[in-house]
Design a binder for this molecule. Structure first.
Ligand code: ASP
Length: 341
């Protein structure tokens, strides 16, 4: 290459990185929505949640600040929450009716429209990692149960025992939920109806992240233990692309938490992005319409985190609280649990 060509190429690289520096970027995370009552949490517990949310959002944000990609930011933020017993994902996942743990997770890359998901896995420490590997290294979008774990073994994963996910607090929740279920089932003679009626008494706690990187790429991911006392191999919205997770460049990225049966039927993540894409609505308006109008009318409880291609973030929820945090550009993290704090 002659000197002029070298100079031109150096100038192009410089101006490309200058442009990337000015590009908006950001991340939002959630640690579940539900009946999070202020009266039931001690100051220490509130601080523990806030600290963990801050750690997760900071970790994802620093990937983006260094010019890293949105998918990596989503993964590292979710890993922090999966490894914490505070949230219903990875360690600390809720119990099934039979006293085990079955985990669901999914991821979507808005640049390629690729997606990966796992459902009902029982021995995977970080299900979001496996969802990413399903996306990148398999010919499929969703793998479930034993098959997903067989695939994990081919990718060099170490399986963990079910006891890894155990926590006393979640076990007590199971006992409480089973007692209420039995009472309601005896009264109504209808297991399904009694499970639906239990909805608001379930502590949710699913985790998720959405991010926009400096290259303009959007990504979303969600990881969960599902709902307490779930039975019969029940799978929620979290691993369902378009329901619990969705990302499309220049449109939006969404991760949901709430009563999964409603989020599947109302195609929540996809519906929000469709309103942005086809009706030209802002992310704030689109997310609010779906969570606070459409879902409320249907009786579905929960919330979402959403980010658009310009870095605007929406975090609506129709429950008492939703653990969440956001961090954009060079701003500090904003950590919230209820509407006001
Ligand atoms: N959406 C999850 C599910 O239904 C639960 C949650 O968000 O906490 O499995």
């Amino acid at each position: 290459m002659n000197k002029i060509a070298l100079l031109v190429s150096a100038l192009l690289t410089l101006s490309a990185s200058a442009v990337a520096q000015d590009k908006p970027f950001g991340i939002a995370i959630h640690g579940g929505a539900g009946t999070i009552s202020k009266a039931n949490l001690t100051d220490e517990q509130i601080k523990a949640y806030q600290d963990k949310l801050k750690e997760a959002v900071n970790k994802g944000h620093s990937v983006l600040a260094k010019g890293g990609d949105s998918l990596e930011a989503v993964k590292v933020a979710i890993n922090v929450l999966e490894d914490s017993p505070l949230f219903n994902a990875g360690k600390g996942a809720v119990y099934t009716f039979d006293g085990g743990h079955e985990l669901d997770a999914s991821v979507m890359d808005g640049k390629t429209m690729n997606a990966g998901a796992v459902a009902g896995v029982r021995h995977i420490k970080n299900p979001i990692d496996l969802a990413i590997d399903v996306m990148d290294k398999s010919a499929h979008v969703m793998l479930s149960g034993d098959g997903a774990e067989e695939f994990a073994l081919t990718q060099g994963y170490q399986l963990v025992p079910q006891s890894y996910f155990d926590t006393e607090q979640r076990y007590n929740q199971l006992l409480k939920a089973k007692q209420k279920l039995t009472e309601k089932e005896l009264a109504t003679k209808d297991y399904q109806a009694s499970l639906m009626a239990l909805d608001l008494e379930y502590k949710f706690g699913t985790v998720g992240a959405v991010a926009l990187d400096k290259q303009g790429n959007l990504a979303a991911g969600t990881s969960t233990g599902g709902m307490t006392a779930k039975r019969f191999g029940r799978i929620g919205d979290s691993p369902v692309i378009g329901a619990g997770t969705y990302a499309e460049n220049n449109v939006c990225a969404v991760s949901a938490t709430g009563h999964g049966e409603y989020f599947i039927r109302y195609h929540v993540a996809g519906d929000i992005c469709a309103r942005v894409k086809y009706q030209d609505k802002s992310i704030i308006q689109a997310a609010d319409e779906v969570i606070n109008q459409r879902l409320i009318t249907a009786g579905g409880t929960g919330g979402v985190i959403a980010i658009d291609g310009r870095g605007n973030i929406a975090t609506p929820f129709n429950t008492e609280g939703m653990y969440r945090a956001t961090q954009r550009n060079d701003e500090p993290a904003n950590v919230m649990i209820w509407k006001d704090i």
